[in-house]
Write a protein that binds this ligand. Structure first.
Ligand SMILES: CC(=O)N[C@H]1[C@@H](OP(=O)(O)OP(=O)(O)OC[C@H]2O[C@@H](n3ccc(=O)[nH]c3=O)[C@H](O)[C@@H]2O)O[C@H](CO)[C@@H](O)[C@@H]1O
Ligand SMILES: C=C(OP(=O)(O)O)C(=O)O
Length: 424
């Protein structure tokens, strides 16, 4: 596995274009299992996670035609109803095929996703929803089996507005008999994108993007063409890249509304943000940024997927900032890596207290998860000297052409493949 090498200290300048959203395309791909007719997806990012979910779909009988930025998916008949551990282990979102499989085939067998670097990642809310729709849920050896002759609409209250549970239940309910109401649903833009895709296939979903989603079951779904929304986390990462290097960057292909929670905190820290015709410009040339407090929350709160990157920025802001992670219980693995670069951070339970320093220093660090990896890149871009990041497969999960895009705005960054010496 390779490394990313960065020589920091250069303000980033120019224009950078955001790709389609990873967290929107994954459930949408799962939803394409719900129809026998072809679906066409546009603005599909070329990511490791997209390849994993594509393999899961192919395992289940999908024929997938790939063109640049586009996927054509058809599942004339399901050849299986099982998502094996080999895939679920690589990517938790593989669990999102359970709802569509239950709806279309009346059964599904999915390996238990288990925890990951950011937390235990339970699936109880997904299962509670399926059970409310009438599915019989059984735990097998390392897997979950669900079966239902006919799913029936129900009223489901989520104890927490889980993104994945809202999506999985929504996908199961579209073909159920009668009406389903999901209360305390997640309101993330990716939920809205999935609902728009399902509705264009013929589903009847109302209220996506609010706390109450109503789904009137239909008999069948047809094909659809859908363009995936821009990735708000990728966009947020680039906004921070400009801020941390005191650069001036136009981030294109964004939905400014989706960026509000991150933009508000950047402005509070002293960054200058302006909406332009093709995107959002962040100008931090010569600016002194100050520490601000953030608390991660479900949308429209500050996204947990931007916490690590924002913490990287706060390590070089003036004063103290308090960062509270309320969504995942273990999402501070990047702290020890940032400290290797000279950051001053103390963890107190679910809170990290960051005392800004004048400069970070390049070091050998690792990407402990996807966004932690993005944070190390941001820190490396700002640091004095060279930073070498290992475990970069995490970063490949969620950022399309990252190295090339950053090189295009003046970053001194490259990827090196590690040579394994031949035996004998
Ligand atoms: C592929 C994808 O879209 N991933 C995103 C999705 O993950 P994901 O859908 O896994 O995140 P959830 O919203 O489900 O998880 C949020 C919280 O709910 C808890 N929980 C979740 C499900 C459940 O059945 N029981 C339960 O207790 C989790 O442990 C966590 O503490 O939303 C997260 C929160 O915005 C993002 O960080 C991820 O990038
Ligand atoms: C946590 C993330 O993804 P996943 O839910 O797929 O692990 C993420 O996108 O930051």
């Amino acid at each position: 596995m390779g490394k990313i090498i960065i020589t920091g200290g250069k303000p980033l300048q120019g224009t950078i274009k955001v790709s389609g959203a990873k967290n929107a395309v994954l459930p949408i791909l799962a939803a394409s299992l719900l129809t026998t007719t072809q679906t066409r997806l546009l603005d599909v990012p070329n990511l490791a996670d997209v390849q994993v979910i594509s393999s899961v779909l192919q395992e289940l009988g999908a024929k997938i035609e790939k063109k640049p930025g586009e996927l054509l998916i058809s599942v004339p008949c399901l050849t299986g109803t099982e998502a094996p551990y080999e895939y679920v282990r690589k990517m938790r979102a593989s669990f999102l095929v359970m709802g569509p499989l239950l709806a279309r085939a009346g059964k599904a067998r999915i390996s238990l996703p288990g925890g990951c670097a950011i937390g235990t990642r339970p699936i109880d809310l997904h299962l509670k929803g399926f059970a409310a729709l009438g599915a019989d849920i059984r735990y097998g050896a390392g897997c979950i089996e669900a079966a239902a002759r006919q799913l029936t609409g129900a009223r489901i209250y989520l104890d927490f507005p889980s993104v994945g549970a809202t999506e999985n239940i929504m996908m199961a309910a579209v073909l159920a008999k009668g009406q389903t109401t999901i209360e305390n649903a997640a309101e993330e833009p990716e939920i809205v994108d999935l609902a728009n895709f399902l509705n264009s296939m013929g589903a009847n979903i109302k209220g996506a993007g609010t706390k109450v989603i109503r789904i009137d079951g239909v008999d069948r779904l047809g094909g659809a063409t859908h363009a995936v929304i821009p990735d708000r986390i990728e966009a947020g990462t680039y906004l921070v890249a400009a801020a941390i290097t005191r650069g001036n960057l136009l981030v294109e292909n964004v939905i400014a509304d989706h960026l509000k929670p991150v933009a508000a905190k950047l402005i509070e820290a002293g960054a200058e943000l302006t909406e332009e015709e093709t995107g959002v410009r962040v100008n931090c040339t010569g600016k002194v940024l100050k520490g601000v407090d953030i608390k991660t929350l479900p949308y429209p709160g500050f996204p947990t997927d931007m916490q690590a990157q924002f913490m990287a920025l706060m390590t070089v802001a003036e004063g103290t900032s308090i960062i509270t992670e309320t969504v995942f219980e273990n999402r501070f693995m990047h702290v020890s890596e940032l400290k290797r670069m000279g950051a001053k951070i103390k963890i107190e339970g679910r809170t990290a207290v960051v005392q800004g320093v004048k400069n970070l220093t390049g070091a050998a660090v690792k990407a402990t998860d996807l966004r932690a990896g993005a944070a190390m890149i941001l820190a490396g871009l700002a640091a004095e000297g060279e930073t070498a990041i290992s475990n970069i497969h995490h970063i490949d999960r969620g950022y399309e052409n990252l190295i090339e895009k950053l090189q295009g705005i003046g970053a001194n960054i490259r990827r090196v493949e590690e040579c394994v010496p031949a035996l004998g």
